[in-house]
Design a protein around this ligand. Structure first.
Ligand code: FAD
Length: 288
């Protein structure tokens, strides 16, 4: 059964995101994490794509391994430096490996590159989505932002582009990390009102390290709500206590969302198997 049918068939479900290690680092860390969590039977496993595509082969390698394990894999893909020829080549490679699922993103301008060079052929995810949709048989996912994309003047405008993505045939939205549970609920309500029927899975970022959380929040312009801010100020200097409180924050976020009927989650694993397993168990998404 494909990803979309699985999501529809399940009362609650989860997927997992991993990143391939940098070129000079061993692949064992990501493979260990995938192997450890595969037994939890995620609906799909997605694999990130380096900003300029420099690590592209590793994305394809990890996706291929995930697929060979019998799991549904989604390859992230960005517009950065992409041309119709490179996209076609990547889709050919994925097809040959039996993978027909892609998360189509714009990506960000890498350091040392200017905007025009980065986005010569595809300026927005919508352009990439339209390109990939020319190929029959590919499931295309796209990004969504509960607190609006960092460059967007408003959530309204972001939702207009989500509607465009949906019209282009996007099969699934995956949301950006968001610690403000109310903002996630608001996004679902707005999409419902706008008649967007495309399934959405909610991205959950585990809170494991205070500096990392602050850096990510700043980069993606997402808020740090008061309860999370308290955890940072209380346990910021105590790594173990911080991790416990942070994992509990993710578990409570999932519980609160489920109370509102939001029950499909995409866990940003950061390649941390044990911590993610704890979140899955304590939120009831899997049995012990
Ligand atoms: P877009 O949809 O193009 O949106 C970017 C901005 O342009 C927004 O402000 C939007 O409102 C606006 N916009 C959208 N469409 C149009 C249009 N047609 N015309 C004019 N304006 C428009 N990055 C990576 O490099 N690698 C990854 O693997 C990766 N994985 C991610 C996974 C998830 C789940 C998410 C949420 C993000 C991920 N990113 C990744 C980050 C992503 O590339 C950045 O957030 C990027 O800045 C925007 O990508 P997008 O696809 O949302 O872009």
């Amino acid at each position: 059964m494909g990803i979309i049918r699985q999501l529809a068939a399940k009362e609650s479900a989860f997927s997992l995101e991993f990143f391939p290690p940098k070129k000079d680092m061993p692949m064992s860390t990501v493979y260990f994490a995938i192997d450890r969590l595969a037994v939890r039977q995620p609906v799909f496993v997605s694999v990130t794509y380096g900003a300029g595509g420099g690590n592209r082969d590793r994305t394809l390698e990890v996706v291929s391994r995930v697929s060979s394990m019998g799991l549904d894999a989604i390859a992230h893909l960005t517009c950065v430096g992409a041309t119709p020829a490179t996209i076609s080549e990547i889709l050919d490679t994925l097809e040959a490996k039996g993978v027909r699922n892609v998360l189509a993103l714009r990506g960000d301008v890498p350091a040392g590159m200017d905007r025009e060079t980065a986005f010569t052929h595809y300026r927005h995810a919508t352009d990439l989505i339209a390109e990939i949709k020319k190929r029959p048989g590919f499931i295309v996912a796209a990004a969504a932002y509960p607190e609006a994309h960092v460059e967007s003047p408003s959530l309204e405008q972001d939702i207009e582009y989500m509607k465009l993505k949906a019209e282009l045939g996007v099969d699934l939205f995956i949301t950006q990390l968001c610690f403000d549970t109310g903002a996630v609920i608001n996004l679902y309500e707005r999409l419902y009102k706008e008649g967007v029927k495309t399934p959405v899975v909610t991205g959950i970022m585990p809170v494991l390290n205070p500096n990392q959380i602050i850096r990510m929040a700043l980069l993606s312009a997402c808020s740090i709500p008061a309860p999370l801010s308290k955890i940072i100020s209380r346990y910021g200097e105590q790594p173990e206590e911080f991790k416990k409180a942070g994992l509990d924050y993710a578990v409570r976020q999932i519980a609160l969302l489920m109370e509102h009927g939001i029950n499909k989650f995409h866990l940003y694993t950061m390649n941390k198997a044990e911590e993610i397993d704890q979140i899955l168990i304590h939120s009831g998404l899997v049995k012990r």
